[in-house]
Design a protein around this ligand. Structure first.
Ligand code: A2P
Length: 283
């Protein structure tokens, strides 16, 4: 399978919920042998801010002695925007991962558990006003930005939106690349946000272990200055730039150190500042 042939399966049959906090899967798309995305029904009462995450999962295996089953839940960023009728998620498949070894087999019509308590720091409220917004992702860390890239406030609040995505292989960029390409022809969003809103986006995908038009870790490409030259923008500074980070732990730590060097301060819901960080789901 490659980036041009995602396998999508849809047409959910609405089942009677049998799990606690059950939601019904409406669509599943397999992007590579390591990545898939899926959509589920949205609880009528669920309100969230684009960029937040919820706990989702399946029932675990029965306890060997008591036979009791408990939910097996993990934090997943909601990849769909806050206005969407359904919820979308983007996930890795880990063959021996407790949850994703099973979650990767869900089909339209199946149920998952979704605790309707959204939280998270990758939200507009945690940033001070600025001119340019940066999204830095590795792997499935793209998920919260899939939400924020479809959120009108992103374009109302900023003149420019830069999204960098570093993956091992080129096929792992497909979900993000298609999502960004689809924004151009999204009639609803062009009407809602303003015709041509997507021209504010600068997309900078890179790979580290397979040939692609731009190779290297985004951290190294920024340190050398190459990323800024390619993008035609100045290095980040506290007066104009705001940033959100979502990737693996080492990536988050390295970028945080770089940002502190640029003079940016970490923000939170209770104390907005220049950048915010969240760990991507890895299980
Ligand atoms: P690399 O292949 O050089 O390790 P993973 O799948 O392990 O979570 O990694 C996703 C992507 O993030 C890979 O392209 C990986 O590059 C990159 N990466 C891992 N650690 C860092 C880091 N500290 N800074 C920048 N990129 C990183």
């Amino acid at each position: 399978m490659n980036e041009h042939s995602p396998v999508t399966q849809s047409n959910a049959v609405k089942a009677t919920p049998t799990l606690p906090d059950a939601q019904v899967v409406t669509q599943v798309t397999h992007w590579t042998d390591r990545l898939f995305s899926f959509r589920v029904s949205r609880p009528a009462s669920l309100r969230f801010r684009s960029g937040e995450f919820v706990m989702i999962g399946l029932m675990g295996d029965p306890h060997p002695e008591t036979g009791k089953v408990k939910p097996l839940l993990r934090a997943y960023s909601i990849a769909s925007p806050s206005w969407d009728e359904e919820l979308e998620f983007y996930s890795i498949k880990v063959q021996d991962g407790p949850l994703t070894s099973r979650l990767q087999h869900i089909k339209a019509g199946d149920e998952i558990i979704l605790r309707p308590k959204p939280v998270g720091t990758l939200v507009h409220d945690a940033l001070l006003p600025g001119k340019r917004l940066w999204f830095f992702a590795t792997g499935t860390g793209f998920a919260p930005f899939a939400s924020l890239l479809r959120e009108p406030q992103t374009y109302e609040d900023y003149d420019e939106v830069v999204i960098t995505h570093t993956c091992r292989e080129a096929g792992e960029l497909a979900y993000g690349a298609k999502l960004i390409e689809d924004l151009k022809n999204d009639e609803l969003l062009n009407e809602l946000i303003g015709e041509g809103f997507w021209k504010k986006i600068k997309y900078y995908p890179t790979t580290t272990r397979e040939e692609s038009p731009k190779m290297g870790r985004i951290t190294d490409l920024m340190k050398s200055g190459e990323a800024f030259t390619d993008l035609g923008v100045e290095p980040l500074n506290a007066a104009t730039d705001r940033a959100m980070i979502c990737g693996n732990l080492a990536f988050n730590i390295e970028l945080k150190e770089m940002f502190e060097g640029y003079g940016l301060e970490e923000g939170a819901n209770s104390k907005p500042a220049h950048y915010v960080v969240e760990k991507a789901f890895l299980d």
